[in-house]
Design a protein around this ligand. Structure first.
Ligand SMILES: NC(=O)c1ccc[n+]([C@@H]2O[C@H](COP(=O)([O-])OP(=O)(O)OC[C@H]3O[C@@H](n4cnc5c(N)ncnc54)[C@H](O)[C@@H]3O)[C@@H](O)[C@H]2O)c1
Length: 404
C-alpha cells in the first residue's frame, strides 16, 4: 500500500478521485491502484506513523540569486519528523548538492523526532531518474542508484526499492549518490552547450549542425548525440548544475564547465530572436509590430511540462522588441500562473487552422511535438524559424525556413 502525501489539496483530491494531473501517467493506472487498495493520497502528515518507508520527492529550485533553495526538503523533514517511528526508512530523491541528506535533512529529522539517524531510523539518498515523454522508458527497468547513511540504511533502502525496480546500483554514501545525479545532469548541460556553440560556429561557415550530428551519430563508439535548441528547459538541467557550483565554493573549488555551459545555453534565446529579426528583415518587416507565433511551450517534445521552458524567454524577448506574440501548444491550452513568468498567466494557445496560422508574420518552432502537423505548417505559414530541425523532410518553399 502506498500513501501519496502532498501539501497541495487539489492534487490530493484529483488523485483520490482517480484523476491524473500528469499527461504521461494515465488516470486508469491511478484508479486501478486506488480500487485495488494499493494507493491513496492524503495531506495528513500524521499518517507517516503508518508507513515503513518515506520517499521525499519535493522541488529543489534556485532562488532569485540562483542559489539552491532546499526549503522544500527542510519543510518536509520538519513535517515528517514528529511522526517518525523507530525503524522507519527515509529516502530523499530530490536532486541536490552532496551533503543535503546526511547534513541538512538528517539534522531536521533528528531535531524533530528526538531520534538518531542510523540507529533509530534509517536514512538514504536515491536520485529520481525519469524520461518524461519517452513511452519506452519504464521506471522499473531504469537502474536505481542508492547511497545509505550507514550500511544498514543502504540495506533497508535496497529492500524497499528492490520490490519495484529490477537493477539497484548501491554506492558508498548518500553523498556519492547525490553527486552521481549531478554528474548526469551536468553531463547533459555541458554537451548541449557544446552543440549549441557548434551550431553558431558551423552556421557561420554555412554548415548545417543537424546534418553533422546525423553523420557523427553513425560512429559506433566514442560519440553520443546531443541536440541543439533554443535554450535549456525543464526543472533539472538548467538548475541542478548550479547546486554543485554553490556547494563547491564552500570547498574553494570552481565549476568552470558548469558556468561556461550555463553562459552558452542562456544566450541561445537571444540568438533565436536575432535570427527571427533576420528572417523578418528579409521580408522587409520590422520586429516591432510583427505578429510572431511561438510553436511549443513545453520544454521538450510530447510533454505538457512548461517549467523553465525557453519558450517563455523567447516570448519575453520578442515582446520586448515590440512584437505581437502568441503561442500554440496542443498540450498547454492555457498558461498557468508561474513564479518566473506571471505576466503570461491566462494566455490561451491559438487555434490550429489555416486562418490562424496565416495571420502571423513568422512562426518560431521552439518545441518539436510529434502531434504538430508540420506539412500544414509549411502550407499555411509564410515564414518559419526552426530551432529543432522539425521541418527536415517536410516540403517547403525556398527561403521559407530559417534554421536557428
Ligand atoms: N519530474 C522529473 O522528471 C524529475 C526527474 C529527476 C529528478 N527530479 C527531481 O525530483 C524533485 C521533485 O521534482 P518534481 O518534478 O516532482 O517537482 P514538483 O514541482 O512536481 O513537486 C512535487 C510535489 O511536491 C509537493 N510539495 C512541495 N512541498 C512539499 C512539502 N513540504 N511536503 C509535501 N509535499 C510537498 C508539491 O505540491 C508537488 O506536488 C526535484 O528535485 C527534481 O529535480 C524530477
Amino acid at each position: 500500500m502506498v500513501l501519496g502525501l502532498d501539501i497541495d489539496p487539489a492534487k490530493v483530491a484529483a488523485l483520490n478521485s482517480g484523476r491524473s494531473y500528469i499527461k504521461h501517467i494515465s488516470s486508469e493506472a491511478i484508479l486501478e491502484a486506488i480500487n485495488a487498495d494499493k494507493f491513496v493520497a492524503t495531506a495528513d502528515f500524521s499518517r507517516i506513523k503508518e508507513v515503513e518507508a518515506v520517499i521525499i520527492c519535493v522541488p529543489t529550485p534556485l532562488n532569485k540569486n540562483r542559489e539552491p533553495d532546499i526549503s522544500f526538503i527542510l519543510d518536509t523533514g520538519k513535517s515528517i519528523a514528529p511522526h517518525l517511528t523507530k525503524g522507519t526508512l527515509v529516502v530523499l530523491e530530490s536532486t541536490t548538492y552532496p551533503g543535503t541528506t546526511d547534513e541538512d535533512l538528517r539534522e531536521v529529522l533528528e531535531a524533530g523526532s528526538g531520534m538518531k539517524a542510523g540507529t533509530d531510523f534509517h536514512l538514504a539518498f536515491s536520485p529520481e531518474r525519469e524520461d518524461p515523454g519517452n513511452a519506452q522508458s519504464k521506471v522499473e527497468v531504469i537502474p536505481k542508484v542508492i547511497g545509505g547513511y550507514t550500511p544498514m540504511c543502504l540495506e533497508r533502502a535496497k529492500a524497499v526499492y528492490g520490490r519495484a525496480i529490477k537493477t539497484l546500483v548501491p554506492v558508498s554514501s548518500c553523498r556519492a549518490a547525490e553527486a552521481t545525479k549531478l554528474l548526469e545532469n551536468i553531463f547533459r548541460s555541458v554537451n548541449i552547450a557544446l552543440v549549441n556553440e557548434l551550431k553558431l560556429v558551423y552556421g557561420a561557415m554555412g554548415i548545417d549542425i543537424w546534418e553533422v550530428i546525423q553523420a557523427a551519430k553513425t560512429k559506433p563508439f566514442g560519440f553520443m548525440a546531443f541536440s541543439p535548441g533554443p535554450g535549456l528547459g525543464g526543472h533539472c538541467i538548467p538548475i541542478d548544475p548550479f547546486y554543485l557550483t554553490w556547494k563547491a565554493r564552500e570547498y574553494g573549488q570552481h565549476t568552470r564547465f558548469i558556468e561556461l555551459a550555463g553562459e552558452i545555453n542562456t544566450a541561445m534565446p537571444k540568438y533565436v530572436v536575432n535570427r527571427t529579426a533576420e528572417a523578418l528583415n528579409a521580408l522587409r518587416k520590422p520586429m516591432n509590430g510583427s505578429r510572431v507565433l511561438v510553436l511549443g511551450l513545453a520544454y521538450k517534445p510530447n510533454v505538457d511540462d512548461d517549467r523553465e521552458s525557453p519558450s517563455y524567454v523567447l516570448m519575453d524577448l520578442l515582446k520586448a522588441q515590440g512584437s505581437d506574440v502568441a503561442y500554440y501548444d496542443p498540450y498547454v491550452p492555457v498558461i498557468r500562473l508561474t513564479r518566473e513568468h506571471p505576466h503570461w498567466a491566462g494566455t490561451h494557445s491559438v487555434s490550429w487552422d489555416r486562418a490562424s496560422l496565416q495571420s502571423f508574420d513568422v512562426v518560431v518552432i521552439a518545441t518539436n511535438h510529434q502531434a504538430i502537423h508540420y506539412q500544414e505548417l509549411a502550407e499555411w505559414a509564410s515564414c518559419i524559424v526552426d530551432t529543432r530541425n522539425a521541418m527536415a523532410g517536410v516540403s517547403t518553399k525556398p527561403r521559407q525556413v530559417w534554421k536557428a
